[in-house]
Write a protein that binds this ligand. Sequence first.
Ligand code: HEM
Length: 214
Amino acid sequence: MAAIRIGSVLLLMLAVLPFGLYSLLRGAALGTPDEVASRLFHEDALAPTAALYLHMVAGGALSILAPLQLLGAVRRRWPAIHRGTGRVTLGLAGITGLGGLIYIGALGTIGGLWMSFGFALYGALVIAVAWATWRSAVDRSPTHPDWAARMVVLALGSWLYRVQYGLWELGTGGIGVREDFTGWFDRIQVLAFYLPWLMALELWLARRRSHAFP
Ligand code: HEM
């Protein structure tokens, strides 16, 4: 059972790695000619631009590292490592959420108000859940594993966003997708990359609780 779990986590990390590295490297490339020419670079608003590129670096590292926290073997055998990587992961989540929110507050998003709302809610949830995960760890609360699971789902949200677009493109050729992110599929995606996954997790946690305390 432990071997299956370790294998699944490693597979997940491997699947997330290309996007995580892309994000990290793109964020670190701030100021290069390619990025200065990008629509996300705003010469007249350098602070929010820098916040967005910092969020790419932190978010890339967050996506790669977050699944590590699911490894029970590490938690049990090397709790100090689990605590250390946990602090780093939660710090990265805070920076990612805040960087994205600063950019949205100052410049909005390409898809307009609806996309800005969906992404801002996502950012607020990332920050709130990171805080709750940290508090529950410090308090040694029995709710810590549940908060940590929510954190991992949210940390993977940005990757799921791209995976869902990729699958939709493959399956339908991109019906409802527009270049300016205002198609009907784009509008659904703005919430669908994290809310349904969070709801599925809540159902699973509730089921697990009812089995533990019949
Ligand atoms: C969880 C890890 C995250 C990663 C790895 C990540 C990565 C990225 C990347 C690479 C881009 C540039 C566009 C692209 O190349 O696809 C981007 C854009 C953006 N991200 Fe994130 N992100 C993460 C989380 C967040 C969060 C929590 C928020 C919300 C506060 C957010 C808000 C934004 C916004 C507003 C944009 C620009 C949207 C536009 O095109 O107008 N991201 N992100």
